[in-house]
Design a protein around this ligand. Structure first.
Ligand SMILES: *[C@@H]1O[C@H](CO)[C@@H](O)[C@H](O)[C@H]1NC(C)=O
Ligand SMILES: *[C@@H]1O[C@H](CO)[C@@H](O)[C@H](O)[C@H]1NC(C)=O
Ligand SMILES: *[C@@H]1O[C@H](CO)[C@@H](O)[C@H](O)[C@H]1NC(C)=O
Ligand SMILES: *[C@@H]1O[C@H](CO)[C@@H](O)[C@H](O)[C@H]1NC(C)=O
Length: 381
């Protein structure tokens, strides 16, 4: 009897989300071939442990200085093993509690995708506040598109990835129309396709929307010849490709789906391939009952109920302990992977960013910068 009342109460209680069904492709990927398990990510060193939170995405300037953004709204520089502040908060000059907590995150701002443009300035998106440019000589910060303006009269909600062409076209993603960054788990569970791929022309200041209806549009990266873009559709474990030139210009298709995880940032590497960080994993054996989203995906009623009763902190407890970076080539074929099978050193990966001698491993919740010296893994390539 009490069970019936409880079930009824749960049913009547409003859910924060209005999910859609989604069926993941099958079979669930196996870790074989290019995905074979190794311990390469365990060779990562943790730098600046305890003095940084959430370095997710990286950029490098012509002098070899590396930049990243933090969970408490800072943009910092890494040079000669030192961490220095570039900009305190992307959009507020006032000091706010620098905790990057759920409540303060929209106030502090959350720098995400970034890259140094052909003009030598650092371009970045703040998840909450818009598209920005930092003059690296004098640290002056300029707003290019504030979130309330957005693109095509649609304000930004959850800005995420960014890349820039040699011609000075900035490509960036907005992940959702409904949920902001701190509520990304709801966007994942709802599995709506509300993401957008946007562009900003540095010389004209004009912006436009290239693609809409994307599933949690996350990382974005140009191919080496700049004829196409790759976009992560994180909530549905696939990479979409958008053609910039040629016969198919302006159209898109799925480059690779059924990935062994949920793809976050995409970065071109020195082999002309792409490193893709997996925010979490889904493969055969990744969790005892099977990958969570594969199980609940087709059932909106189940997803609605889960969102009612699960506090945010709990979701992390159910994530499999396995860090993974995959490498795909421009044909969309898997060509390699790097693992930390028990998440001994690295919990999960938002981005793997290669420089001349180092692969920086970032994650939006990590308390260190992952530094993987290429010399420590060179015998494996
Ligand atoms: C990285 O390597 C390239 C090619 O060898 C070189 O031109 C560039 O100066 C190097 N960058 C740094 C920061 O050392
Ligand atoms: C790079 O180094 C040059 C020469 O030292 C300097 O003039 C320039 O300001 C530096 N650029 C940045 C972005 O720090
Ligand atoms: C960017 O703007 C410049 C200057 O207006 C223009 O010449 C160029 O064609 C634009 N590029 C794109 C891709 O729209
Ligand atoms: C991508 O990798 C596959 C499998 O190794 C290979 O057959 C294909 O030629 C590669 N494509 C490119 C453009 O390198």
């Amino acid at each position: 009897m009490s069970f019936v009342i409880l079930a009824l109460a749960l049913y009547m209680y409003p859910s924060p989300i209005d999910p859609k069904p989604f069926r993941f492709p099958s079979p669930i990927p196996k870790l074989t071939g290019p995905l074979e398990v190794n311990q390469l990510l365990q060779r990562t060193k943790r730098a600046f442990e305890g003095s940084i939170v959430g370095p997710e995405s990286f950029a490098i300037d012509g002098n070899g200085t590396v930049y990243t953004g933090t969970a408490d709204g800072k943009v910092v520089a890494i040079r000669n093993g030192q961490l220095t502040l570039v900009v305190l908060s992307v959009h507020t000059k006032n000091k706010v509690p620098l905790l990057g907590s759920y409540d303060y995150e929209p106030l502090c701002g959350r720098p995400k995708g970034m890259k140094v443009g052909p003009d030598g300035h650092l371009y970045l998106v703040d998840s909450y506040k818009g598209l920005f440019r930092i003059n690296l000589q004098n640290k002056a910060l300029e707003t290019l598109i504030p979130s309330n303006i957005g693109v095509n009269n649609v304000p930004f909600k959850f800005l995420n990835g960014l890349d820039i062409s040699s011609q000075g076209i900035v490509y960036f993603t907005d992940s959702s129309l409904t949920w902001d960054r701190r509520n990304f788990r709801y966007e994942v569970l709802e599995t709506h396709n509300e993401g957008r791929l946007l562009q900003y022309n540095i010389s004209s200041g004009q912006s436009k929307c290239l693609l809409s209806d994307l599933y949690l549009a996350n990382g974005v990266a140009l191919a080496p010849e700049e004829h196409m873009l790759l976009i992560s559709e994180m909530s549905v474990s696939r990479i979409r490709r958008y053609f910039l030139t040629g016969e198919k210009a302006g159209t898109s298709d799925v480059l690779i789906d059924n990935l062994p995880g949920y793809p976050d940032n995409i970065k071109l590497n020195s082999r002309g391939n792409f490193y893709i960080g997996m925010g979490s994993v889904r493969f055969q054996g990744s969790s005892p009952i099977g990958p969570f989203l594969d199980l609940v995906g087709p059932y909106p009623i189940l997803k609605r109920a889960i969102a009612k009763i699960t506090p945010f902190v709990f979701y992390n407890l159910f994530l499999p302990k396995h860090a993974l970076v995959i490498e795909i080539n421009t044909s969309g074929d898997l060509v390699g992977s790097m693992h930390d099978p028990c998440a001994k050193v690295i919990g999960a990966v938002s981005e793997a960013f290669e420089t001349n001698d180092t692969i920086y491993i970032g994650h939006f919740q990590s308390t260190y910068v992952g530094v993987l010296e290429k010399s420590s893994i060179s015998n494996t390539f």
